[in-house]
Design a protein around this ligand. Structure first.
Ligand SMILES: C[S@@+](CC[C@H](N)C(=O)[O-])C[C@H]1O[C@@H](n2cnc3c(N)ncnc32)[C@H](O)[C@@H]1O
Ligand code: SF4
Ligand code: SF4
Length: 341
């Protein structure tokens, strides 16, 4: 059975105030929301009912803020263990003692994603002084406890030229996975985005490093959907190898195999853009997922540029980046360099 991914933000509590963070972009930290324990039980029941109906296995990405800062975090971890639901955490490095990591593993945490947003000066400028060293120091502690470590960079103009060097850092520090995704701007921060040419050049340099380190213990995840375009241009991916049917084989998961739940229960098609479709505390998730609000994310002929591209069923760029940049998720991905007549 295939997995269905839930990104679950249980709290907004956080020890950092990153310059690019969507949580703090609207000053929402003033409210500092976090989910109550009884609500967590309700959400978990809803998720399991959804998965039974959809014939999927639940995979939870528990996040925040920093999820471990939720006062009932260990209660939730205990519930997941009891229900035999594997999970990953997307969190900060600051509370990852050997003891906490051992406990996390016992409760079923398989992977921990840490952010690495540049070399030391850049990362610490975006996040907070000392954060770079604490992030790298957490890697061996997590691994010693049997938890895989993913390093994730959020790419913007601030760090674009340092991403290839982060591949070296990931390999040297024995991260299990390295990936990057793009910064989703708002109307006031568009100039923080890379140009398509800058982005493609950065990918080229990373690709060369991936080849260089192909025998290392680090797995290079081609998370950004524009990798499909990159490989297509090099003859490493061919849509003609797939049947000429209507099936969406790959690309953005939004509307296909993903839901985000926020700490007030709000259910989003994707956390990276304004895409609220209901509330996991009051709505049945299966009804939401199969309903008209979610259909908006599955009407592929509406995507202005992608609908005319032979990679439509495999890529679709990042609709959230397009939404932040142009004000519409159907607009062209601002970093897609493909010319389409
Ligand atoms: C909200 S954080 C929560 C986990 C943890 N606090 C961290 O920073 O890794 C999850 C991911 O969202 C990314 N993120 C935050 N704001 C973003 C934005 N405006 N566009 C794209 N990614 C963003 C962060 O860089 C991080 O990789
Ligand atoms: S650490 Fe994560 S949640 Fe906290 S401000 Fe930074 S990106 Fe946002
Ligand atoms: S037009 Fe859309 S589907 Fe085609 S390569 Fe660009 S982002 Fe991907």
């Amino acid at each position: 059975m295939e997995y269905f991914a839930f990104q679950w933000h249980i709290t907004e509590a956080c020890d950092q105030r990153c310059k690019h963070c969507y949580i703090y972009a609207l000053g929402s930290h003033a409210k500092f929301k976090q989910m109550e324990p009884a609500q967590m039980v309700k959400v978990l029941d809803n998720i399991q009912t959804f998965c039974r109906k959809a014939e999927r296995l639940p995979y939870l990405y528990i996040t925040g803020g920093d999820p471990i800062l939720h006062p009932q975090f260990w209660m939730l971890a205990g519930m997941l263990k009891e229900r035999n639901i594997p999970f990953a955490l997307l969190g900060n490095p600051f509370h990852l003692t050997a003891d906490n990591c051992r406990r996390l593993h016992e409760y079923g945490c398989r992977k921990y994603q840490l952010s690495l947003d540049g070399l030391e000066a850049t990362h610490d400028r975006i996040r907070r002084p000392g954060s770079y060293h604490e992030t790298l120091a957490a890697i061996p502690v997590l691994r010693a406890a049997g938890i895989k470590v993913a390093l994730m960079a959020t790419v913007s103009k601030w760090n674009c030229n340092e991403i290839p060097a982060l591949v070296d850092v990931a390999v040297e520090n024995k991260a299990d996975i390295f990936a990057f995704a793009r910064y989703c701007p708002d109307a006031d921060s568009k100039d923080t985005c890379c140009s398509p040419q800058e982005y493609r050049a950065m990918m080229e340099k990373c690709w060369l490093k991936f080849q260089l380190y192909k025998d290392s213990s680090t797995y290079f995840s081609l998370k950004d959907h524009l990798w499909t375009l990159f490989k297509y241009e090099r003859g490493l991916f061919n849509p003609a190898d797939y049947p000429a049917d209507e099936i969406v084989y790959d690309g953005c998961n939004c509307g296909n195999a993903h839901f985000t739940i926020l700490s007030d229960g709000a259910c989003y098609a994707c956390r990276r853009m304004e895409s609220k479709v209901g509330n996991a505390l009051t709505d049945d998730l299966y009804t939401l997922f199969t309903g008209p609000e979610m259909d908006k994310y599955r009407i592929y002929e509406n995507f202005e540029k992608c609908s005319r591209c032979e990679l439509l069923r495999f890529c679709r760029g990042c609709p959230a980046v397009a939404a932040g940049y142009h004000g519409s998720m159907y607009a062209p991905d601002p970093q897609c360099w493909k010319e389409i007549s």
